[in-house]
Write a protein that binds this ligand. Structure first.
Ligand SMILES: C[S@@+](CC[C@H](N)C(=O)[O-])C[C@H]1O[C@@H](n2cnc3c(N)ncnc32)[C@H](O)[C@@H]1O
Length: 274
């Protein structure tokens, strides 16, 4: 029997489409802000069910969405078919090793909170550079560690207090939100420092239909990393304490005053010019 890939298992465990449903507005805003003029070949890496891949294709780009989770690839292809987007296809693949993807295939490689979750960051940087055309660009959206203004940073930090330490050699995905790591990783892939720019940007989780505590409940039920944190906390009899802290954080960050959810999350927007 083939060995289970824990990175794949983590993202197939839940159903990220339930979280992505509250990320659509910011996905569209981010795509519009890229200033793209098709024709363009675009790779959306760690694309989920197409929060950015769908609006990219709606702009007229030819888009390949690659994701490690089979269920999300299926969900993405269903959304593309329903929207009649023949220029968009989703396929399974691993950001650490983009098997079957030719060198210099894409004008833009985009990865919004996607490739940062792959376990071998140096391989990821090398692969993103390899598949992007010279003269093209890589754009990443990465969560920032210990950022008090980022709901997701807080969610992952609180969750880590309730989870056993990761195995030796584990590299935190949050390191993709740190300048020194970005420069080192892309540097090893042959990109000079002056070709890398970083700015802080904000993503919003928006739903008129759910409260912040229902929003946390959807993470508890559907978001692999949070599901794992709750399982670990449950074993220690601390699941309700974890829930309390997450709801408190979501309420504190919520900008909506009518009981619905509008939670901002700061992230690092990284642009690499090749
Ligand atoms: C937080 S979700 C973001 C999804 C999407 N970009 C969005 O903004 O809605 C992280 C995504 O990265 C994918 N992912 C994690 N590790 C990956 C890897 N090694 N290769 C490709 N995709 C990966 C997950 O399956 C998941 O869809």
């Amino acid at each position: 029997m083939a060995l289970m890939n824990p990175n794949k298992a983590l993202w197939e465990k839940g159903d990220f489409t339930e979280i992505a449903a509250v990320m659509r507005e910011s996905g569209e805003v981010l795509v519009k802000s890229l200033g793209l003029t098709p024709p363009l070949q675009v790779l959306d890496l760690g694309c989920g069910d197409g929060t950015t891949a769908v609006p990219l294709a709606q702009l007229g780009a030819d888009v390949v969405g690659i994701d490690i989770a089979r269920n999300l690839v299926e969900a993405g292809n269903k959304r593309a078919a329903e929207a009649g987007l023949s220029r968009l296809r989703f396929q399974e693949g691993d950001a650490c090793h983009l098997e079957g993807v030719d060198d210099h295939s894409f004008d833009l490689t985009l990865s919004v909170f996607g490739a940062m979750f792959a376990p071998k960051p140096f391989d990821v940087a090398r692969e993103m550079v390899r598949v992007t055309k010279p003269g093209g660009r890589i754009v990443m959206g990465n969560w920032i560690p210990n950022d008090l203004t980022s709901f997701v940073s807080q969610l992952l930090k609180i969750s880590s207090w309730f989870t056993p330490p990761p195995p030796e050699g584990f590299v935190s995905p949050m390191t993709w939100g740190m300048e020194s790591h970005l420069v080192e990783r892309f540097g090893r892939a042959g990109v000079p420092r002056e070709n890398i720019s970083m700015v802080k940007d904000t993503f919003y989780f928006i739903s008129p239909d759910i409260s912040p505590s229902e929003f946390i409940e959807s993470f508890r039920q559907f978001y692999g990393p949070t599901m794992n944190a709750f399982e670990a906390a449950q074993k220690e009899g601390k699941a309700e304490e974890l829930n309390r802290q997450l709801v408190e954080s979501a309420n504190a960050q919520n900008k909506s005053s009518d009981g619905s959810t509008s939670i901002p999350a700061t992230f690092l927007r990284v642009t690499v010019s090749l």
